[in-house]
Write a protein that binds this ligand. Structure first.
Ligand code: NDP
Ligand code: 2IT
Length: 439
């Protein structure tokens, strides 16, 4: 870790993500001289390639704006680079590297042949017109296109990148390459997209949480659920939790959270989808429309009493104090939809209180798994039904849960999902790297 920090200064999120894996794997690696000799973990923490580029574009006033674009191609040992693109003002190299590092292990856990990558830009889509977003996406891809391809690197969505942005990026990519391939996932259903890809991350989190709850004879039925975020992952985590009989009482965005004591229902959720995906509004408008709900500006939902918490917004959104309030309020399960939403202090509080706690790389893997299924369908030029994809998604999430149980069960029977996911994800990548020599 000391070497890694010295080589990658000022990258706290990257250090945090690697440290967690190092801590899980230390004894495992110490016991295996071959892993040490081949410097597998050291190589995994060094990106195979980092691309940083200028993204100039014209705003609606005709002025030039300049953003910075990134693609971190972390690891290609088990398949082409694969991972989302994030457009958010906070994007920097540290965040790209932490996400690409976690993606490598996550993609391995899915059992599908995908390496790890992440990309994005500090472009902030908030308040931009559709035309501005399109011009930005076109400029972004005009550089990125030479580094990606269906057998090289396959981007998808993440924060700030949904169906609209994938459409603009895919359109420009297709134009530059003059070929129609599955180089992006999350495409529209009529032009190469997979059924259930929009739902997959959120649904997958609930499938995974359901498996965790079942280890204690529990289920979603009748449980109170708090969710952060109100974007893609949050919306479909809420939808599946409702279908499984839970009561979802919060949603949030970067400005605050709403608490609805009556809980969400189908109509309210449809309103949220319209508000966020079409009108691109703020979650506080929910409380204006449903007067029983209350809006808490500038706050996160972790002080609300719940049985199950699903953080679905961003990294480090649950700190030690938030974790303590969740525990004090009787929360039994924290299933991460976002990537690295819990700080190390929060994770240690969950562990010492024996909560069911799953790290994002295990419980949010349903999104990229379904991206992998989209790649398979594109290669075969076929389309599976919603039911077929759902069945595969369920079985992938159950399998990841089994892997976590296998490698994460401690002497007292407590399942440490962090350890389980890190060891389970690492093994396949490590075996491939050992077989492929010093590359
Ligand atoms: P969206 O852009 O659709 O939604 C993001 C949500 O989180 C919005 O409500 C946003 O609020 C909120 N948010 C974003 N940044 C912050 C911040 N710094 N502080 C507080 N709230 C914030 O993104 P997704 O739903 O796709 O992604 C959510 C999380 O899930 C991310 O961590 C992502 O990496 C992860 N993830 C996504 C997958 C996918 O398939 N999309 C797959 C696996 C993981 P606001 O509108 O104010 O920005
Ligand atoms: O963090 C993630 O796993 C994603 N944003 C989805 C990546 C993908 O390639 O579908």
């Amino acid at each position: 870790m000391a070497k890694l920090i010295a080589r990658n200064p000022n990258e706290p999120e990257f250090h945090q993500a690697v440290r967690e894996v190092v801590e899980s794997l230390a004894s495992y690696i110490i016991a295996d001289p071959a892993l040490q000799k081949m410097k597998v973990l050291e190589r995994m923490a060094e990106p195979e390639r980092v691309i940083m580029f200028r993204v100039p574009w014209l705003n609606d006033r005709g002025d030039i704006e300049i953003n910075r674009g990134y693609r971190v191609q972390m690891n290609s040992a088990i398949g082409p680079y694969k991972g989302g693109i994030r457009f958010h003002a906070s994007v920097n190299l540290s965040i790209m590297k932490f996400l690409a590092f976690e993606q490598t292990l996550k993609n391995s856990l899915t059992t599908l042949p995908m390496g790890g990558a992440k990309g994005g830009s500090d472009f902030d889509p908030k308040g931009k017109s559709d035309n501005e977003v399109m011009r930005f996406c076109q400029s972004f891809v005009t550089e990125l296109y030479r580094h990606i391809g269906q057998d090289t690197d396959v981007p998808a969505g993440d924060i700030g990148v949904g169906a609209r942005e994938i459409g603009f990026m895919f359109g420009q990519y297709k134009r530059l390459r003059d070929e129609f391939t599955g180089t992006f996932t999350g495409k529209g259903l009529g032009w190469g997209g997979s059924s259930l890809r929009p739902e997959a991350t959120g649904y997958g989190v609930c499938y995974f949480a359901n498996e965790m709850l079942a280890t204690r004879g529990e289920s979603f039925k009748g449980k109170v659920v708090t969710i952060s975020g109100s974007g893609n992952v949050a919306q479909f985590a809420a939808e599946k939790a409702l279908q499984l009989g839970a009561k979802v009482v919060t949603l949030s965005d970067s400005s605050g959270y709403v608490y609805d004591p009556d809980g969400l229902d189908h109509d309210k959720l449809e309103y949220v989808k319209l508000l966020k995906n079409v009108f691109r509004g703020r979650i506080k408008e929910y409380a204006e429309r449903y007067p029983n709900a209350k809006y808490f500006p500038g706050e996160r939902p972790w002080g609300v009493k719940c049985d199950i918490a699903m953080p679905c917004a961003t990294q480090n959104e649950i700190n030690g104090d938030n974790a303590r309030s969740l525990v004090e309020n009787g929360c039994i399960c924290v299933a991460e939809g976002a990537n690295m939403p819990s700080t190390p202090e929060a994770i240690s509080i969950f562990h010492s209180n024996k909560l069911l706690y799953s790290p994002g790389k295990a419980s949010n893997a349903g999104g990229v798994a379904t991206s992998g299924l989209e790649m398979s369908q594109n290669s075969m030029r076929i389309k599976w039904t919603r039911e077929e994809v759902d069945e595969k998604l369920r079985s992938i999430m159950c399998n990841i849960h089994e892997v976590c149980v296998k490698y994460g069960t401690e002497e007292d029977g407590y399942i440490n999902y962090v350890k389980g996911a890190n060891i389970g994800g690492f093994m396949k990548v490590a075996d491939a790297m050992m077989s492929q020599g010093c590359v």
